[in-house]
Design a protein around this ligand. Structure first.
Ligand SMILES: [Zn+2]
Ligand SMILES: [Zn+2]
Length: 282
């Protein structure tokens, strides 16, 4: 992938907890100013990153929205692969809600045998994977070069805490909401932003399936209609839908687009894994 000074978003994984042969787990790549930021690290993330001509050593930071397993299932792969594929020590910065430090410590602990084997076998790997975890609740996260990142609380209860992230670069701004119902924290993060990436589930479809465990998921996700209403309230220009439940057939999704368009005047983007959207100041 060429270095692109613009702000762009690539849907690396548009899937959900349900394994799908066509859709990797939740993961969104934000690229700005020649740097790359990964939001969530679901199933198959490094395969999709490779398809975008990038690898674990190329990530400026990994940002986690919440600790649901489908959003972090391949975090261990990033930790290990960055470690063994970096020639020089390359600390991995992981940003996430409170609780992320403990989860990452457990991930690294689970890798102890592998870390031991590799350190014995490769004389130049004289250290375990260097990982720095930054726990956030709201407000500025950190500036990476000329990309400012901040976060705000979302509402994915009983998953607590959960956060969304906003990226501002060269006059353009993008919010990645993660899993949430409409809430003031997300509204605040979206105010004045140009684009919003929002996870969605079809509540009309799921509500008709008589399986209690599916029904349970209705109250902590947004529908395409609700995501559209959030975008409309904030004056967002481009709404990007991802994390489709149930999975959209490859190339499909017109019905999802229509549901959102009834509540939102702007541009609606959805698609298959690796769908890329450029974000420009509006
Ligand atoms: Zn979740
Ligand atoms: Zn999810």
């Amino acid at each position: 992938m060429d270095v692109d000074p613009m702000l762009s978003v690539t849907l690396l994984g548009t899937g959900s907890p349900m394994p799908d042969p066509n859709r990797a787990g939740p993961a969104t790549l934000v690229s700005a100013g020649g740097e790359h930021y990964l939001v969530d690290a679901g199933r198959g993330v490094l395969m999709r990153l490779a398809a975008a001509d990038l690898g674990a050593p190329d990530l400026a930071a990994v940002l986690i929205t919440h600790l649901h397993s489908d959003h972090i299932t391949d975090l261990n792969d990033i930790v290990t692969t960055r470690w063994v594929m970096s020639i020089e020590p390359a600390p991995l910065t992981i940003v996430g809600p409170v609780g992320t430090k403990a989860v990452v410590a457990h991930i690294v602990a689970s890798l102890a045998p592998d870390i031991g084997y590799r350190m014995v076998h490769h004389a130049d790997l004289g250290h375990p994977p260097p990982v720095e975890v930054v726990e956030v609740e709201g407000g500025p996260v950190r500036s990476f070069g000329d990309v400012a990142i901040r976060c705000g609380p979302t509402d994915h209860k009983p998953v607590q805490p959960s956060v969304g992230y906003r990226f501002d670069h060269a006059g353009a701004s993008l919010v990645v909401a993660g899993d949430t119902v409409p809430c003031p924290g997300l509204d605040g993060l979206c105010a004045g932003a140009d684009a919003l990436v929002h996870t969605v589930i079809r509540k009309d479809v799921i509500a008709a399936i008589p399986i209690q465990r599916l029904q349970d998921t209705l109250d902590y996700h947004s529908s395409p209609e609700e995501a559209a209403q959030t975008a409309q309230r904030a004056g967002i220009a481009t709404l990007v839908l991802t994390h489709y439940v149930p999975a959209i057939q490859p190339g499909g999704g017109d019905d999802w687009r229509q549901l959102a368009a009834a509540h939102f005047d702007g541009r609606i983007e959805l698609g298959d894994d690796l769908h890329r959207v450029e974000v420009r100041p509006t």
